[in-house]
Write a protein that binds this ligand. Sequence first.
Ligand code: HEM
Ligand code: HEM
Length: 139
Amino acid sequence: MSRLATAFFGAAVLYALAGMVLGMVMGASGDHTFRPLHAHINLLGWATLGLMGAFFGIAGARAPQKLGWTIFGMMNLGNLMLLSMLAILLQGKPPILPILIGGEALVVLSMGLFGASVLMSARRPAAAAADIEPLRRAA
Ligand code: HEM
Ligand code: HEM
C-alpha cells in the first residue's frame, strides 16, 4: 500500500478513536450536547479520510501523489479548524468566524481536488503508472 494511503488511514483511525471516545462519554453521561461534533469527527475524519485513503490505495501510482498529499494536508487542517470551532459553538460561545469559514472552505476545496484526482487517475494509462511505480517506491 502506498505511503499516501497509509497516511490517510492512519489519520482516519485517530479521528475514529477520538469520535468513539466522545460517543462513549456522551452515552455514559447522557449529555448529548456534542452530538454534532461526535458525528462530524467520525464522518469528516474517519469516514471521509478513510474513503479517500481507500481510493488512493486502490489507484496506487495512477493517482497524482503530490495532489494527494496536498489534499491530505488540507483536509486535516480544515477538519481541525472546523471541528475546534464547532466544539466552541456547541458550548454556546461565539466561534472565531474566519477559522470556522476557512475550515469549511478547506474541506470543500479538498473534496473538489479529490474529485479532480479521481478524474486524473482514470485518464492515466496503467502502463505509464507501472513505469514510475518502482521509482516512487524507492523515493
Ligand atoms: C464507540 C463508538 C460510538 C459510540 C459509543 C457512539 C455514541 C453515540 C451517541 C451516544 C450518540 C447520540 C445519540 C442521540 O443523541 O440520539 C451518537 C450519535 C451519532 N453518531 Fe455515534 N457513536 C459511536 C460511533 C460512531 C461512528 C463510527 C459514527 C460514524 C461513522 C457515528 C455517527 C453518529 C452520528 C451521525 C450521530 C448523530 C445521529 C443523529 O443525528 O441522530 N457514531 N453516537
Ligand atoms: C464542510 C463540511 C460540512 C459542514 C459545514 C456540515 C454542516 C452541518 C450542519 C450545520 C449540520 C446541522 C447540525 C445540527 O443540527 O446541530 C450537520 C448535520 C449533519 N451532517 Fe454535516 N456538515 C459537513 C459535512 C458532512 C459530511 C461529510 C457528512 C457525512 C459523511 C455529514 C453528515 C451529517 C449528519 C449525519 C448530520 C446530522 C448530525 C446530528 O444530528 O447531530 N456532514 N452538518
